[in-house]
Design a protein around this ligand. Structure first.
Ligand code: AMP
Ligand code: ZN
Length: 432
C-alpha cells in the first residue's frame, strides 16, 4: 500500500521529530551558501540558535526575487562541480530563476514522485505516458525519473502532436497518463475526431493532472470524458518540481510530504500565520536538499490546510486544491477575482467546452471583463438558444463574482491552445 512505508506512515510526533532533526541539518547546509550567510548576518541571527520548529519563525522569508537576484548560481550551497542538473523557470515576468541539483537531490526527487505514483494505485506493470514538455519544465524529467523509479514502463511522449500522443496511448497500452488539465480536454477532442472511445479503445485508467490551477468541476469533466480517475499533482521548480503534494485515492486534498518540507500558511499582507484552516500563502522550507536548500520560501500559491485524519493512514498534512497564485488575482472595479472562480461556474454548463479565457480591456475609461468560452460542437447554432445560454452564464457569474462580466460564446477551436500551461487571462487594460 505504501512505497516508503516507514516514512509515509509516520505519526505526527514522529513527523515533528524528524523535521526538527532535518531542519537543523538544513540550516547547516544553508550556511554553505553565500546568500544565506549574508542573510543570517544581516538579521544578526545565529544559525546555531535554530533548534526547534518554533525557532523557524525567526528566520526571514526567501522570495522569488531572492532567486532572481542571485541568478544564476548565487544561492547554491555546494560547489558547482558537485551539481549534476539545472532547471530554469522564466515565470510570467520573464526574469529567469535557476535551481541546481546534486545527484542526491535528484534521487530524493525521483523517490518523492515514485511515492506519489504508487499512492494513487500505480504499480510495476502499468505503462506510464508523460505528455509534459521535457527540457527545462520539471514536469518532463520529474515524472520520467519518478515513474522509472517506481518500476513502470515510462513513455516520454512529451508535449505536442496530439494525434501521435493518442497513437502511443493505443499502441503501447498506456494505462496512466500525466497531462496538464487544459491539455486533457484537447486530448479528448482529438480522440473524438479520430473516432476513438477512450473507455473501449484504450487501457487508460489513471490520469495525473497538475501544473496549473483547475477546479473540482474541471476534474470531474476530465474523469467523465476519458473514463479515468484523475489525481491532482502539485509542485514547482523551486521545490524540485512534481512530487511536492499529491492526492491519495481518497481524493480529499493533497498530502504534502512533511519529511521533505515544513509547511506554513501565512497571510500575504501581514506575513503572520493564518488561523487553522484559513486560506493563505503557502510557505515551504526544504528538509533534504543539498544544492539549493531553501528556508521559508514564499510560493505565492494560495491554499489552506485541511483538517482531520485521512483514511489512507498517512498523517502528512493535506493541502486544499490551489485557489490560484496571489499574482493571478484580478482586481476589477475594486473586486478581487480568481480565474478559478470563473472556471467553476463555466464547467457547470454542459453546453460549454473546457477552453475559456478572461479578457480585460479598457473601453471609454471603463475597465471591462469579457469571459470568452467555446461551446461544444454538439450544441446548437440557434441564435435564441445561444442568447439564453449567454444570459444564464452571465447571471451565474454575477452571483459568484459580484460584478457583471460580458460573456462571449465562441465556436470550438477559436481560442488559442497552448502546449504548456493554459493562459487564462489576457489583460489589455490601460495602466493607471
Ligand atoms: P513551475 O515552477 O513552472 O512548474 O510552476 C509551478 C507553479 O504552478 C506553482 O507554483 C503553482 O502556481 C502552479 N501549480 C503547479 N501544480 C499545480 C496544481 N496542481 N494546482 C494548481 N496550481 C499548480
Ligand atoms: Zn490520504
Amino acid at each position: 500500500m505504501y512505497f516508503h512505508p516507514a516514512l509515509e506512515t509516520l505519526t505526527r510526533p514522529e513527523i515533528e521529530a524528524l523535521q526538527t532533526e532535518r531542519l537543523i541539518k538544513t540550516i547547516q547546509q544553508c550556511m554553505r551558501s553565500s546568500f544565506y550567510q549574508k542573510r543570517f548576518a544581516e538579521y544578526k541571527l545565529d544559525p546555531n540558535s535554530i533548534q526547534s520548529l518554533d525557532d523557524l519563525k525567526r528566520i526571514p522569508f526567501t522570495t522569488k526575487s531572492d532567486l532572481r537576484d542571485t541568478y544564476p548560481f548565487g544561492m547554491s550551497a555546494v560547489p558547482l562541480e558537485e551539481t549534476v542538473r539545472l532547471h530554469s523557470s522564466s515565470g510570467t515576468t520573464g526574469k529567469p530563476t535557476v535551481i541546481l541539483h546534486t545527484q542526491k537531490d535528484l534521487d530524493a526527487w525521483a523517490d518523492a514522485v515514485a511515492r506519489c505514483l504508487y499512492m494513487v494505485g500505480l504499480r510495476k506493470g502499468d505503462v506510464f505516458q508523460n505528455s509534459s514538455g521535457y527540457g527545462m519544465f520539471t514536469g518532463g524529467l520529474g515524472f520520467q525519473y519518478g515513474a522509472e523509479r517506481m518500476g513502470m514502463l515510462t513513455v516520454p511522449a512529451a508535449a505536442g502532436n496530439t494525434a501521435r500522443q493518442i497513437k502511443f496511448i493505443s499502441d503501447f497500452g498506456t494505462t496512466a497518463l500525466h497531462a496538464i488539465p487544459s491539455y486533457a480536454g484537447r486530448l479528448y477532442e482529438v480522440m473524438e475526431e479520430m473516432g476513438i472511445d477512450p473507455r473501449k479503445d484504450t487501457r487508460l485508467r489513471t490520469l495525473i493532472i497538475g501544473a496549473e490551477p483547475h477546479s473540482e468541476a474541471q476534474r470531474k469533466r476530465i474523469e467523465d470524458m476519458l473514463g479515468v480517475k484523475a489525481y491532482n499533482s502539485f509542485g514547482m521548480s523551486e521545490m524540485c518540481g512534481p512530487g511536492v503534494a499529491f492526492e491519495c485515492t481518497e481524493q480529499n486534498g493533497m498530502h504534502i510530504w512533511e519529511d521533505y518540507y515544513i509547511v506554513e500558511i501565512i497571510d500575504p499582507d501581514t506575513l503572520e500565520p493564518v488561523a487553522p484552516g484559513e486560506i493563505g500563502e503557502l510557505v515551504l522550507t526544504t528538509l533534504n536538499r543539498e544544492a539549493m536548500p531553501m528556508l521559508r520560501y514564499r510560493t505565492r500559491d494560495l491554499t489552506r490546510l485541511l483538517p482531520g485524519k485521512c483514511p489512507c493512514g498517512r498523517e502528512h498534512v493535506r493541502l486544499d486544491r490551489m485557489k490560484g497564485r496571489s499574482d493571478d488575482m484580478i482586481i476589477l472595479k475594486g473586486v478581487n477575482i480568481f480565474p478559478i472562480q470563473v472556471e467553476t461556474i463555466l464547467m457547470q454548463f454542459k453546453e460549454l467546452s473546457n477552453n475559456y479565457r478572461i479578457h480585460l480591456e479598457t473601453i471609454d475609461s471603463n475597465d471591462v471583463m469579457t469571459v470568452e468560452v467555446e461551446i461544444n460542437d454538439l450544441f446548437t447554432d440557434d441564435f435564441a438558444k445561444l442568447q439564453d445560454l449567454s444570459r444564464s452564464i452571465t447571471h451565474r457569474l454575477r452571483d459568484e463574482l459580484l460584478i457583471t462580466p460580458k460573456v462571449k460564446l465562441l465556436q470550438k477551436g477559436s481560442l488559442p491552445q497552448t502546449e504548456g500551461k493554459a493562459v487564462r487571462v489576457k489583460d489589455e487594460r490601460n495602466p493607471y
